[in-house]
Write a protein that binds this ligand. Structure first.
Ligand code: GUN
Length: 295
């Protein structure tokens, strides 16, 4: 790469706006048939980031004509009470999708809660059966988890070469890293999953034609870790202090963007990359759930 090389900027805001417009049209078509698309958003406790995410998701619902039903629950709610709420949402015909914002407080059994969500309403794709299908050849989940699905959509939109490519996923979370790795495997990439215990991370990352960084460590991935021409998807949303910013802080990714964009072929900014896609994919899954409910 020449000294003044600049990677293509992967514009998640623009791709997400297109998806939201399609979702709005599909929701309007359903409304003509008498179906108001509905998403139930369940939030337990007072995690500030979770509150922000749920507020953004509900606002996005309103903008595309999806009704959201908000259930904000105290952090000490019992397992039985939360299970009863899920049962009641499963039974409601005006709720097409159920979103339980994660993480849940430690005393709650997350796996059991997620497994109680009706498969037809599992718009987050976190039901163990859907995750299991994602991991199996020749099987397809009913819904894909939103952030991983958004990552793949961005790579598609910018022409990433999946088949045979070396893909490296940094991070192995249930919500992002692991499902991303499974999706890339389904696309015939050769996938390496790295994590905090991996040896010689830079050397592994340098092999990546496609890099997905989802570790939550600000600027961990250095410019000289990037293979020239690589597709770099930065899922990190880390708040760091910045006295020059209005509120004294700003969001940065897991990748040193300034350095990486001089080497990469294409790269997502933070903010404005994966973030808007996560919400768009949730909306898309919800309208899909509503369409299927008519079949
Ligand atoms: N917590 C972090 N990301 C997500 C997400 O995509 N869905 C839910 N339900 N919780 C999350």
């Amino acid at each position: 790469m020449s000294a003044d090389h600049q990677a293509t900027l992967i514009d998640g805001k623009a791709v997400a706006a297109q998806i939201r417009a399609q979702v709005a049209a599909r929701a309007a078509a359903l409304a003509e048939r008498g179906v108001r698309v509905g998403l139930a958003a369940v939030l337990v406790g007072d995690n500030p980031a979770s509150h922000t995410y749920v507020r953004m998701k509900r606002k996005a619902c309103a903008e595309v004509g999806i009704e959201s039903f908000y259930h904000a629950l105290p952090k000490d709610i019992s397992q039985a009470e939360l299970e009863a709420l899920i049962d009641s949402l499963n039974a409601r015909s005006d709720v097409h999708g159920i979103l339980v914002q994660l993480p849940l407080p430690a005393h709650l059994d997350e796996q059991r809660i997620l497994s109680l969500i009706s498969l037809a309403k599992d718009v987050d794709g976190f039901h163990p059966l859907n995750i299991g299908r994602l991991a199996m050849k020749g099987r397809e989940p009913d819904f894909l988890p939103a952030t991983p699905a958004g990552v793949i959509r961005l790579l598609e939109a910018y022409g990433a070469p999946f088949t045979g490519a070396d893909a490296v996923v940094l991070g192995r979370s249930n919500i992002v890293g692991m499902p991303c790795a499974l999706l890339l495997t389904k696309r015939d990439c050769t996938v390496t999953i790295c994590h905090s215990r991996s040896r010689d991370l830079p050397q592994i990352v340098r092999r990546a034609d496609i890099l997905v960084a989802a570790v939550g460590r600000p600027h961990m991935v250095q410019g000289d870790w990037i293979k020239p021409g690589a597709f770099v998807i930065d899922v990190g949303t880390n708040r760091i202090s910045d006295q020059s910013a209005k509120d004294g802080s700003r969001l940065v990714g897991d990748v040193d963007f300034e350095a990486a964009q001089r080497v990469a072929g294409a790269i997502t900014p933070v903010p404005g990359g994966v973030g808007p896609m996560t919400i768009a994919m949730l909306l898309e899954n919800t309208v899909t759930a509503a369409e299927r409910s008519l079949q």
